[in-house]
Design a protein around this ligand. Structure first.
Ligand SMILES: Cc1cc2nc3c(=O)[nH]c(=O)nc-3n(C[C@H](O)[C@H](O)[C@H](O)COP(=O)(O)OP(=O)(O)OC[C@H]3O[C@@H](n4cnc5c(N)ncnc54)[C@H](O)[C@@H]3O)c2cc1C
Length: 499
């Protein structure tokens, strides 16, 4: 996957079948679905692939125990099926993760135990292993740092755990392998219309400023929290659809939860689910649910954890661990925005579980909501609608059985801290040449996950990374300086701070 080649493909095409706006889980999944059905597919991402919400998740491929509590059986069944498919098709990125629900109250054991047995049963043949009732000793054996005072026992259950940004890159590579054209740093700045019908997009190469008018039979808006901005390009009077809700995560050292078992707290004081998830030798703690009002594109792309959210996670997780993590123990923190749909619209073409597909009068299709786990199903639904509504060749969806790019290749390091300079150079070269890595931040945040795992150590490594990238990309000293400055500005928000 090479950006120069992608631009050549863009320049040599006259009209596309499907043009996707947005390179997060939803857009990339849609590109894979469309390209593997043989449709002529192009995708534009304004920044880097997965720069938005899709690199900031809790890293779980899950049915959603929370939805089970709410009685949303259909949604859980669908997500559990997708979980099973993803672990089969991307075994290099998704693995079976054991969690414990610790029980401190008498009713929690039977209540959550039965709930999780139902969860097992719903997963059917695609289950990852049976849940189990555990004694206090067994619980502490698996999670020795749980607070033993008042602990009655626990329930062990299984879910999937993954590397979200790496899956995004692999989805882009899968689509590219099937002749899709995908471009990062290519914002869509307007829509092309003939007789009030959308027939393409106006895009701009962020690096050269060159503009293109790109014709397409179908345009799909898959822009997450930016959905309304793109809908406004179509109809400036359109009613706002999305209310973003922020969720943050804190990353701490493994000493706070040694071993390989995660913790799930099904209900905090204010009714949230809290996770402690082992991830690349660290523990990810989260998450929160804070409505946000901003429409500023920069803060939608790089949201910042709020003090109240940081305090909430530290104090709540502290109640369950024998040693309370402090702010100074936080190695990195990151925030993401959920594109929550405000209410169903009259134009709803398909209200499928928790994702929503709408078709505007102009013909533009918008897909929003859902979660990482269900990206494949969302893509299948939206491409099916695109085909039906526009008379495109109706080829069947093959993504249930499709192995994703990278499944048969050596794992890419998740962080760079243990690498020798030679090893680092090799990872950078691959990222630049085969993964469309364009900036130091792309490399440290999404091609590897260094910034999310240890912000301070990553800031220290940025000058060397910039130098090696400059050599691989044929860039000069000024580029190196600029890249380090931009990276440091972003990275400071990942350092623990109390303001
Ligand atoms: C805190 C948190 C935790 C979560 N945890 C989980 C989890 O553990 N498991 C799970 O399954 N799901 C989880 N989710 C949900 C999941 O992350 C999201 O559903 C998913 O990432 C949304 O993907 P998306 O592609 O719709 O949006 P995004 O990832 O935001 O992608 C939209 C893209 O569109 C681009 N874009 C916007 N405007 C334009 C334009 N004009 N031109 C070109 N491109 C444009 C943006 O730059 C962005 O990259 C979590 C969500 C949050 C917020």
């Amino acid at each position: 996957m090479n950006r120069t080649r992608m631009i050549q493909q863009l320049e040599s095409a006259t009209e596309w079948d499907i043009c996707i706006i947005g390179g997060g889980a939803t857009g990339l999944g849609t590109a894979v679905d469309a390209a593997t059905r043989g449709l002529k597919t192009v995708l534009f991402e304004q920044h880097d692939f997965a720069k938005g919400t899709s690199s900031r998740s809790t890293k779980l491929v899950h049915g959603g125990v929370r939805y089970l509590q709410q009685g949303n059986i259909k949604l859980v069944m669908e997500a559990l099926k997708e979980r099973g498919l993803l672990i089969k098709n991307a075994p290099h990125l998704v693995h079976n993760q054991k969690f414990i629900v610790p029980n401190y109250k008498w009713w929690e054991g039977p209540f959550y135990g039965i709930g999780l047995k139902i969860y097992d049963w719903m997963a059917g043949k695609l289950g990852l292993g049976p849940s189990q009732f555990l004694s206090k000793e067994e619980t502490l054996g698996l999670a020795p740092t749980l607070d033993p005072e008042g602990l009655r026992g626990g329930i062990a259950y299984h879910d999937g755990q993954f590397n979200d940004a790496r899956l995004a890159i692999n989805l882009a590579q899968t689509a590219a392998l099937h002749h899709g054209t995908l471009l990062n740093y290519f914002p869509v700045t307007g829509l092309l219309k003939v007789n009030k019908k959308v027939c393409g997009v106006q895009v701009k190469d962020f690096f050269t400023g060159k503009e293109y008018a790109v014709k397409s039979k179908v345009v799909i808006n898959a822009t997450g929290v930016f959905t309304d901005a793109v809908m406004n390009m179509d109809d400036p009077k359109h009613k706002q659809m999305i209310s973003p809700s922020q969720g943050i995560h804190l990353v701490v050292d493994k000493e706070f939860l040694p071993g390989n078992t995660g913790i799930m707290i099904p209900r905090t004081d204010d009714g949230r689910v809290l996770f402690a998830v082992p991830w690349h030798n660290k523990i990810v703690l989260g998450t929160t649910d804070t409505p946000v009002k901003t429409k500023d594109p920069a803060s939608l792309l790089e949201p910042v954890p709020l003090k109240g959210e940081i305090d909430f996670i530290l104090s709540h997780i502290g109640r369950y661990l024998s040693k309370d993590p402090q702010l100074s123990d936080v190695k990195s923190m990151f925030a993401g925005l959920r594109p929550l749909v405000k209410g169903s619209s009259k134009k709803t073409a398909a209200l499928s579980r928790d994702h929503l597909i709408t078709i505007a009068e102009s013909g533009m299709i918008t897909i929003t909501g859902g979660k990482w786990t269900t990206y494949r199903r969302m893509a299948e639904d939206v491409v099916k609608i695109a085909i039906e509504k526009n008379g495109l060749p109706d080829k069947i969806c093959i993504t249930q059985e499709l192995k994703l790019y990278g499944h048969d290749q050596p794992a890419v390091p998740a962080e760079i801290f243990q690498l020798t300079t030679e090893e680092l150079k090799a990872v950078i070269t691959t990222s630049v040449e085969k993964e469309m890595c364009m900036t130091v931040e792309d490399f440290l945040s999404r091609r590897t996950r260094s910034l999310l795992l240890d912000a301070q150590a990553t800031i220290a490594s940025a000058p060397l990374v910039a130098e090696l990238m400059a050599a691989a990309m044929n860039k000069d000293e000024a580029w190196i300086k600029e890249q380090i400055n931009i990276f440091n500005l972003i990275a400071k928000n990942y350092l623990p701070t109390s303001n």
